[in-house]
Design a protein around this ligand. Structure first.
Ligand code: AMP
Length: 351
């Protein structure tokens, strides 16, 4: 067990790290952030900050030497430099990170466990794309295999002619068949070092332009009916990876049951509602798990919870938001407003 008072290292300096650092601080831990960008909203609320590139092995080694355990809030941390963290433990295990970083490897991994992703094909050039559209059909979505998030690095192809207009980037790609879904939901679990697994309620997630806009708990009944099968897959993923910490798995609800979309080996935007809406938040349970502490209850703390993201300059009238006493405002302290940038969120509880 890593007792309160010790230092937890977090790779990545964004809002997920910020909320994790706040949960860690509540339990008396010190947090040391490692991130390449100077203006880190996680470092702002943490005890120490190393600002260095991901591939600076000496900086990574010096950072890890100050930490009792290291975790990550950013899933695209390159795997190679992580070797410099040893002998300090890195959780979740980097094997999980590597699997989830590549859309092809995560889908193949999930398929081997009996999960069902959208039909997909590897695309490295135009001929591959033509063959993929031929085999899988249109509509479909072309995505970068790595580094995509919030709908970035994605092209919707409604008909084969659309592909001609795409300026193919010189990176590995994947073509996915378009899934006709009735809703989207996520399974978020925490797994302790002893293998104990707890699930939070699954939120219904609504996206706008590929970015999560709204998470609602409880999800509608039709969607909840698909949760048990989705949980079985999420549990199999976590057990297979000997996972420690919070894992998020996103699904499409379809007439044939849950279709796997992607997984994130970290706390997740669709779990932000747990800060006020669950007995123990995803952030606190992640810290408990990586420190070898008993996990907290994941039970709902309200009859209904809605989490709405504040994106770009989408909402600015903080007083109006807070004039509803059921609302909780979270702002991430980001200085620059950009279209599509997650600036904060509002959680509304109905008791
Ligand atoms: P992703 O970054 O892969 O999670 O994609 C962002 C959003 O785009 C998803 O939450 C869906 O709303 C939509 N999307 C992605 N892939 C597909 C697909 N194969 N079929 C239908 N919608 C998709």
């Amino acid at each position: 067990m890593i007792p309160p008072g010790e230092t937890i290292g977090i790779l990545g300096g964004g809002q997920l790290g910020r909320m994790m650092a706040m949960a860690a601080a509540q339990m008396g831990y010190r947090v040391h952030i490692y991130a390449p960008e100077e203006d880190s909203v996680a470092a702002e609320v943490s005890a120490a900050f190393t600002c260095a590139p991901w591939d600076d092995a000496a900086a990574m080694r010096a950072f890890a030497a100050t930490c009792a355990v290291v975790t990550y809030e950013f899933e695209n941390v390159p795997a190679g430099p992580l070797a410099a963290i040893a002998p300090t433990p890195l959780l979740a295990h980097p094997r999980a990170l590597e699997t989830a970083q590549d859309r092809v490897s995560e889908k193949s991994f999930v398929q081997a466990l009996g999960g069902r992703p959208a039909p997909f094909a590897v695309v490295d050039n135009r001929a591959d794309l033509a063959a993929a559209m031929e085999r899988i059909g249109t509509p479909g979505i072309l995505k970068t295999r790595r580094d995509g998030y919030d709908g970035k690095g994605q092209w919707r192809i409604m008909a084969p002619a659309d592909a001609d207009a795409i300026d193919l980037p010189n990176v590995p790609l994947i073509y996915e068949g378009f899934v006709s879904f009735s809703g989207e939901f996520s399974v978020i679990l925490v797994r302790g070092a002893d293998g104990d697994i707890r699930f939070w309620d699954s939120a219904q997630n609504e996206h706008e332009s590929g970015i999560l806009a709204l998470s609602t708990v409880p999800a509608p009944d039709a969607l909840q009916a698909q949760v048990p099968a989705a949980r079985d897959l999420a549990r199999a993923i976590a057990d297979k990876l000997d996972y420690v910490g919070v894992l998020a798995v996103e699904f499409f609800a379809t007439s044939e049951g849950p279709v796997f979309n992607e997984m994130a080996c970290r706390v997740h935007n669709s779990g932000h509602w747990t800060i006020e809406g669950a007995v123990t938040s995803q952030f606190e349970n992640h810290i408990r798990a990586i420190c070898g502490l008993p996990l907290g209850s994941t039970a709902l703390a309200a009859s209904k919870v809605e989490m709405r993201n504040i994106i770009g300059d989408g909402a600015q009238d903080w007083a109006a938001i807070l004039s509803d006493p059921a609302n909780h405002l979270h702002l991430y302290g980001k200085g620059t407003i950009r279209p599509g940038r997650k600036m904060g969120h509002v959680t509304r509880l109905t008791l």
